[in-house]
Write a protein that binds this ligand. Structure first.
Ligand code: SF4
Length: 363
């Protein structure tokens, strides 16, 4: 399969691992931002191929994991109302709110539906004119264009029974928050190629300059990731700090102007709460004034609790790269993918799920 097999070529993988070993002379801590990259690192044993001197830090790049329990509770409250169909992505239905999750609400009779594309919600709204269809819109910059397009199309179709509960977040402000922490130990960053496909390099260049840190944009296959490590370590060993685009098969400097245009048409940047991390200024998207009437929070008068603490769960520290999943006392015991205590064990991009699936005792 083009763009997959050649990026899993064992010879390229071994050559890159050897080259990384040859150039690494000091200890470095490198964070891969994206949960998809975390899963690849563990699934393909990349953590075993790179030198001991490279310490891996897993970043907060899992949109399901960082969605606060309070907004899940809001989705639950809306989904339990009569005549409401609540739509969301598959991973989201099992993530714990403060007490329940959406799957439990569905089992109790609420009309909760898993969709594959936000546009599916519009079809559901057209087929159910007597119901109110609410899309629980989560995700990073990658899903924002499709979520925005659903609202834009709804306006064109004059669908009055469609609204969204936006929980969109933005990656660069979260990286800046982690790098600003006085205890930050991150020396270099692998940046997520899919986010950069939308937003381009501009924000990363600013972050690299501000924190004097190498950032390499890369993909999700073993060769991509090892190539990313090679270029981060090369910069660190040469005392360089710049942005390198090693995912040019998808990422252009300017990103995707069409996608940025539709995001800008529908959303404004807003402060957002991140689960386990807290409030990050300008790290999310909200409907702008023109489309504010699609905001489910305004249409439905529901309360949400404010307690965000997952008592036994340290996923906030996992998401900040401070602790590894295996350092959690509940990992693999009370907390498993079948009985998750935190979002990072539920999501297909969550670090705890990655460790459980591929590596119970990784370094
Ligand atoms: S293993 Fe479970 S309880 Fe521990 S941090 Fe991960 S999700 Fe939370």
């Amino acid at each position: 399969m083009k763009y997959v097999q050649e990026y899993r070529n064992p010879k390229f993988v071994k050559d890159l691992a050897k080259r990384i070993r040859e150039i690494t002379t000091r200890n470095w801590s490198i964070m891969e931002v994206c949960g998809g990259q975390t899963h690849s690192i563990l699934k393909f044993g990349i953590d075993q191929l790179i030198p001991e001197r490279i310490r891996l830090i897993h970043g907060p790049g899992c949109p399901v994991c960082v969605t606060p329990a309070s907004i899940i509770d809001k989705a639950l409250a809306i989904g339990r109302l009569d005549n409401v169909i609540l739509c969301t992505f598959g991973d989201m239905v099992r993530v714990p709110g403060i007490n329940d999750n959406l799957l439990q609400a569905k089992a109790s009779g609420s009309d909760i539906r898993v969709i594959y594309s936000p546009i599916d919600c519009l079809q559901i709204a057209r087929e159910n004119p007597d119901k109110k269809v609410v899309f629980f819109a989560i995700g990073f910059e990658t899903t924002a264009p499709a979520n925005a397009m659903a609202v834009f199309q709804s306006e064109k179709l004059k669908l009055s029974n469609f609204s969204i509960l936006p929980a969109q977040v933005l990656i660069p402000p979260a990286i800046e928050k982690l790098l600003s922490d006085e205890n930050c130990r991150i020396d270099g960053i692998l940046a997520p190629g899919h986010v950069c496909t939308i937003i381009g390099l501009k924000d990363y260049k600013r972050i690299s300059r501000r924190f004097n840190i190498p950032i390499v944009i890369t993909g999700f296959e073993p060769v991509d990731i090892l190539d990313g490590f090679y270029h981060v370590v090369s910069q660190l060993e040469d005392n360089q700090a710049c942005v390198e685009n090693r995912y040019s098969r998808s990422v252009r400097d300017e990103g995707n102007p069409e996608a940025l245009r539709i995001i800008d048409e529908v959303f404004d940047v807003a402060d957002r709460e991140w689960r386990g991390i807290g409030m990050i200024p300008k790290s999310g998207l909200k409907l702008n004034e023109r489309y504010a009437h699609y905001d489910a929070e305004q249409r439905f008068d529901v309360d949400s609790a404010v307690d965000e603490a997952d008592s036994e769960c340290i996923s906030g520290l996992v998401l900040q790269g401070v602790m590894k999943p295996t350092e959690c006392s509940s990992f693999g015991r009370e907390c498993t993918p079948e009985h998750p205590l935190g979002a990072t064990m539920v999501s297909s991009e969550g670090a705890c799920a990655a460790y459980y699936l591929y590596k119970r005792n990784s370094k």
